[in-house]
Design a protein around this ligand. Structure first.
Ligand code: PTJ
Length: 244
């Protein structure tokens, strides 16, 4: 890794940038991923670079949704592959979710590389390679999903999703959990559960909540899901940004 002293005030942020750069060099992450990361960092700075209480509540609700789903799927892209591959595999294991690769800028080459990357982190049965179903209402490449993956899912976790796809998935009746540091983004506003937090903190915290809720009965999970208020979570994040 890069030689960044731990005392550097932006140590974490510089390490994260390096991971994205490395992802681009390895053909996992798109160059647009660099731009997305920069945008995310700005919001993270404004949020105080921590998991605010409303985000923690969203992460617990997300875990409850994934655990009570019949067919949960975690959608991954080039930024997720670069930032949190092992953490994503751990979340999939803790919740019984499948991992499906879905790219904004889809190329077969990048799909193959990302699949191999996740396999190296212990993922099995990676989806997204068959691409034998379509999300209605989207342009050809971005509409591609697996028939036994996202197409059949009831709950989908979509980290860093674009607004169009988030809306199209919601339109299909999927329950969406979106991880996005921008509380004003269309994807966050579309989500049943908007997680306004850095993917790097959100994924391990969802896993911790899933492990904590592992033996919970359906009523307990149901009441966590029911008591979560998406609008209140978005307002709390916006409030934090304005009043930090
Ligand atoms: O690998 P691909 O081809 O699927 O492309 C993936 C990206 C992310 C490049 C693509 O989906 C894209 O261009 O996304 P956007 O429209 O830039 O949206 C990314 C959103 O994620 C923005 O709202 C950012 O604020 C947010 N974001 C960026 N980094 C993080 C983040 N949210 C949480 N954690 C992050 N680390």
């Amino acid at each position: 890794g890069p030689d960044i002293p731990e005392s550097h005030p932006r140590h974490e942020s510089l390490l994260t940038r390096h991971r994205i750069e490395d992802g681009v060099d390895r053909g996992l992450t798109s160059r647009q991923g660099l731009i997305a990361q920069g945008r995310g960092e700005a919001f993270d700075y404004l949020l105080g670079e921590e998991t605010i209480p409303s985000a923690d509540a969203a992460e617990r609700a997300a875990a409850a949704h994934l655990l009570s789903a019949d067919h949960p799927v975690i959608s991954v892209n080039g930024n997720v592959a670069a930032l949190a591959p092992g953490e994503t595999v751990a979340l999939a294991e803790a919740t019984g979710a499948d991992i499906e690769i879905n790219l904004f800028n889809r190329t077969d080459e990048r799909i193959e590389r990302i699949a191999e990357h996740f396999r190296n982190y212990g993922a099995e049965g990676i989806k997204g390679l068959a691409a034998d179903a379509r999300i209605p209402g989207l342009a050809h490449e971005r509409a591609k999903v697996d028939a036994d993956g996202i197409a059949a899912a009831d709950v989908v976790l979509v980290p860093l999703e674009d607004g169009d796809r988030a809306a199209a998935l919601a339109e299909m009746g999927k329950t969406e959990v979106v991880v996005d540091l921008n509380p004003l983004s269309r994807s966050a506003r579309t989500a049943a559960v908007p997680v306004v937090d850095n993917l790097l903190r959100a994924v391990p915290n969802m896993t911790a909540h899933a492990e904590d809720l592992a033996g919970a009965d359906p009523d307990t999970l149901g009441s966590i899901v029911e008591s979560f208020d998406a609008d209140a979570a978005l307002s709390a994040a916006e409030d934090r940004i304005r009043n930090l």
